[in-house]
Design a protein around this ligand. Structure first.
Ligand code: KG4
Ligand code: ZN
Length: 345
C-alpha cells in the first residue's frame, strides 16, 4: 500500500510517498529557513504563505521522484497537530482536498507520533520501548507500546530542549535555527568551561520530567557566574557547556525510565535527535540499545506521516473530511494511556 504523506506544521513544506509503512519511494522537504533566518525565528504568517505557495510543487515533485501517478497512490495523509495553526491548515486542507477529489481515504496524523515513528522507517523495532521525543516544541519521555500508544512518563515543565537551543543561539546572535549551529560550534569548545546548573526535579511526580528554562537563563543572563577559572568566555565554550548540560539533563531522566521499566531499548525522534553530543552520550551506555533515525528523518518530513498513516489504514481507520487542525496537544499528562493525548481525534 502506497501512502502520500504531507507535513506542513512549521517551517518545512514536505511530502513523501511510503510503501507499506517502511519503503520510502520519495521524500521531498522544502525548507523555509532562509525566509525566517533574518528574523532569527519562525514567523508564522511567512510560514503559512510559503506553504500555500510551495505545497503543490512539493507534492508534484514527490510524485515525480517516486515515478508514480496520483492514481497509483492508495491513500493521502497529512499532519493535523500540533504546530502553527495557519501552517497546519495549508497541508491539512490540501491533503483532504486531494483525497476528496481523487476518491482516496484520508488520514490525519499527529506530528509527534510521526517523529516517534521516524526510526521505524529504516529499522525493525519491536514494542515496547522508551521513547525520547525532542523537538522545537516538545521534550517527552514515554513508554511506547505501539505506534499510537504512548504512556507519558515525563515532559518538560517549562521550555522544550529545542527552544532552549534556539533561544541561546538567538541571544548570542549565532544564527537560526540554533540547534545545528550550537552543535557545530560546540565541537570547538570545552564542555567543562562553564558549570551550568542541572535541574533539580528528582522527586515523586517529577522523576522523569525535564526543565530547560533555568539552564537557558543561566546561559543567557548569568554565564559569568558559572565560568570556571582558566577558561575563556567564548561562544564555542558557551555552546559546548550548554549542550553538555542540556544532553545530561535528558540522558539522566531517560536512564531513570530505563531502570524503572526494565526496557533496554530507547528510540529517539525529533529535530534535537540530530544532536551529535546526545547521540555520543547515549552510545556510551552499553547497557541500552539506543536507536536514532537517520539525520534526514530527524527533522520534519512527510515520510514519518505516511508511515504512521499506513498503520492506521491497516487497522481500517481513516479520518473524516471535517477533521480540523489543532495547534496544541491538549494534555501531556503522565501515565495517561494516550488515545486522548496522542490519538488522531
Ligand atoms: O522536529 P523539528 O524539526 O521541528 C519541531 O517539530 O519542532 O525540531 C526543530 C528543533 C529546533 O529547535 C532545532 O534547533 C533543533 O530541532 N535541532 C537541533 C539540531 N538540529 C535541529 N538541536 C540540537 N542539535 C541539532 N543538531
Ligand atoms: Zn517536528
Amino acid at each position: 500500500m502506497k501512502v502520500l504523506g504531507i507535513e506542513s506544521s512549521c517551517d518545512e513544506t514536505a511530502c513523501a510517498i511510503v510503501e507499506d509503512g517502511r519503503k520510502i519511494l520519495s521524500n521531498v522537504v522544502a525548507t523555509q529557513i532562509p525566509f525566517h533566518q533574518i528574523y532569527k525565528g519562525v514567523v508564522p504568517e511567512i510560514a503559512s504563505r510559503k506553504h500555500a505557495e510551495w505545497i503543490l510543487p512539493v507534492v508534484r515533485q514527490s510524485l515525480e521522484e517516486s515515478h508514480l501517478t496520483l492514481d497509483e497512490v492508495d491513500a493521502i495523509a497529512a499532519t493535523n497537530r500540533p504546530g502553527l495553526m495557519g501552517a497546519l491548515l495549508v497541508g491539512l486542507t490540501f491533503g483532504k482536498t486531494l483525497a476528496w477529489a481523487s476518491g482516496k481515504p484520508f488520514i490525519a496524523v499527529n506530528h509527534m507520533l510521526g517523529h516517534m515513528y521516524a526510526a521505524h522507517l529504516e529499522n525493525d523495532i519491536p514494542y515496547p520501548y522508551i521513547g525520547l521525543l525532542v523537538s522545537g516544541g516538545h521534550s517527552i519521555i514515554s513508554k511506547v507500546n505501539g505506534f499510537d500508544d504512548l504512556e507519558i512518563l515525563g515532559t518538560t515543565i517549562d521550555d522544550s530542549v529545542g527552544e532552549a537551543f534556539d533561544k541561546v543561539a538567538k541571544y548570542y546572535d549565532l544564527g537560526y535555527p540554533g540547534g545545528v549551529i550550537i552543535d557545530k560550534l560546540a565541537k570547538n569548545g570545552n564542555p567543562e568551561a562553564f558549570s551550568f546548573p542541572l535541574p533539580k526535579l528528582d522527586k515523586g511526580d517529577h522523576r522523569y520530567d525535564v526543565s530547560f528554562s533555568g539552564l537557558k537563563t543561566a546561559v543567557i543572563h548569568q554565564a559569568d557566574m558559572f565560568l570556571n577559572s582558566g577558561f575563556e568566555k567564548s561562544v564555542e565554550n558557551i555552546a559546548a557547556s550548554f549542550q553538555e548540560t542540556a544532553c545530561r539533563t535528558l540522558v539522566s531522566r531517560l536512564l531513570r525510565a530505563v531502570e524503572d521499566t526494565g526496557l533496554k531499548t530507547v528510540v529517539a525522534g525529533g529535530g534535537v535527535a540530530a544532536n551529535s553530543r546526545l547521540r555520543a552520550m547515549l552510545a556510551e551506555h552499553n547497557e541500552i540499545n539506543c536507536i536514532f533515525p537517520p539525520l534526514k528523518l530527524c527533522g520534519d518530513n512527510g515520510a514519518m506521516i505516511a508511515g504512521v498513516a499506513y498503520h492506521f489504514l491497516e487497522r481500517g481507520e481513516t479520518s473524516p473530511l471535517n477533521t480540523t487542525a489543532c495547534a496544541r496537544i491538549p494534555q501531556f499528562k503522565r501515565g495517561l494511556a494516550n488515545l486522548e493525548a496522542f490519538g488522531r481525534r
